[in-house]
Design a binder for this molecule. Structure first.
Ligand code: NAD
Length: 330
């Protein structure tokens, strides 16, 4: 049996995900949810999704009566994740949410609660947990292969931003590059050290394109402190390209660049180049989550709603630190 997945929001990432899911062994695209009848028609043809498994945002709740759908994958603008996750859970479907989980930690807790009440799984689309180069960074850091990690630098940026796009809207995105890109850097700080940050300082960067960045930041830099004394410094920006993880431990160093985008990934330790397969991380993520659901096992914490909530608590604190100029305890 395969898990039947309904995609909610047929934008760019949904399109990429659907194409990558053709390699999946344990799941398939079986449902589509969109506000566009044209997209429902063309995607329906491309992915063999019958009319009865196609929904718009108004009749989406009827998915409850559709035994053909097991899992609802929410790939909408960030601020819509919460409502659609809750609607999917109330329709008794398992829920998978794209990053960032929501736009604040309180919303994440509500999503976790409703999924629990409805006895459905809640997973995060954290693809890098299945990606070999990032998994190596986790291993080297958490297993203290070169001793304790003292310093991490984790940054992600693109030169991007177009008038009218939802990523520039506070209401739809919840914030700027911190929400969309910074969440990966916070993840990296946490998965390289294996610790939860205890405090943060943060600064908004200069606004270079004032006509575009009227609601959200164009750049932000922050510093996380961990209980062991490790620190992680990060920048997320839409003003320049950067895609890099660097860790310095007591007895060695390890790094990736590119580290977070879709690859090909490249990495090295102070001793040698890393050499791992470049995999289809989207298919790996979908198969792993689907297999857990098929086997009726609990979602492991690191890819569950709990993990999304932990990151969002840090993002909330980063914004608070940048807004107040004060160190914020998490
Ligand atoms: P996108 O703009 O390409 O797609 C968003 C979709 O939502 C569109 O089909 C749009 O029509 C639909 N939509 C519904 N209501 C909308 C509204 N009120 N305003 C705007 N759009 C609306 O965006 P995307 O890049 O596909 O991002 C979607 C989600 O996926 C985001 O949460 C993003 O963070 C996440 N994402 C994850 C990755 C990853 O690598 N894991 C990569 C890209 C995006």
């Amino acid at each position: 049996k395969k898990i039947k997945v309904a995609l909610v929001g047929l934008g760019r990432y949904a399109e990429y995900m659907a194409s990558q899911m053709k390699d999946c062994q344990y799941c398939e695209v079986a449902g589509l949810v969109s506000g566009s009848t044209e997209k429902l028609e063309s995607w329906g043809k491309e992915y063999n999704v019958p009319t009865k498994n196609r929904y718009n945002y108004e009749n989406f709740d009827k998915i409850k009566d559709n035994p053909d759908i097991d899992l609802v994958y929410i790939i909408l603008p960030n601020a819509m994740h919460k409502d659609y996750a809750i609607r999917a859970a109330k329709a008794k479907k398992h829920v998978l949410v794209e990053k960032p989980m929501a736009v604040n930690a309180a919303d994440c807790l509500e999503m976790i609660k409703v999924c629990k009440e409805n006895n459905v799984q809640l997973a995060m689309g954290y693809r890098l947990h299945f990606e070999p180069y990032n998994m190596e960074m986790m291993r080297l850091g958490q297993k203290e292969v070169f001793g304790k990690v003292r310093v991490v630098e984790a940054s992600l940026g693109y030169f991007a931003g177009q008038k009218g796009e939802w990523r520039l809207s506070k209401k739809l995105a919840g914030g700027g590059p911190l929400m969309n890109l910074g969440v990966y850097c916070v993840q990296a700080g946490r998965y390289i050290t294996g610790e939860e940050p205890i405090s943060v300082t943060a600064q908004f960067g200069p606004v270079l394109r004032k006509e575009l960045f009227t609601e959200v930041e164009e750049s932000i830099t922050w510093q996380l402190e961990f209980p062991s004394g490790a620190v992680c410094t990060s920048t997320s920006t839409l003003a320049a390209g950067i895609d890099r993880l660097y860790a310095s431990a007591e007895n060695g160093r390890f790094e990736l660049s590119p580290a977070i985008s879709y690859g090909p990934f490249k990495g090295r330790t102070h001793e040698k180049e890393m050499d791992f397969p470049q995999i289809n991380q989207q298919a790996a993520q979908m198969d792993a989550i689907s297999k857990i659901i098929l086997e009726n096992k609990p979602m492991p914490d690191h890819i569950s709603g709990l993990e999304g909530w932990k990151d969002m608590k840090v993002l909330d604190a980063i914004y608070k630190a940048a807004e107040t100029g004060q160190k914020v305890r998490i």
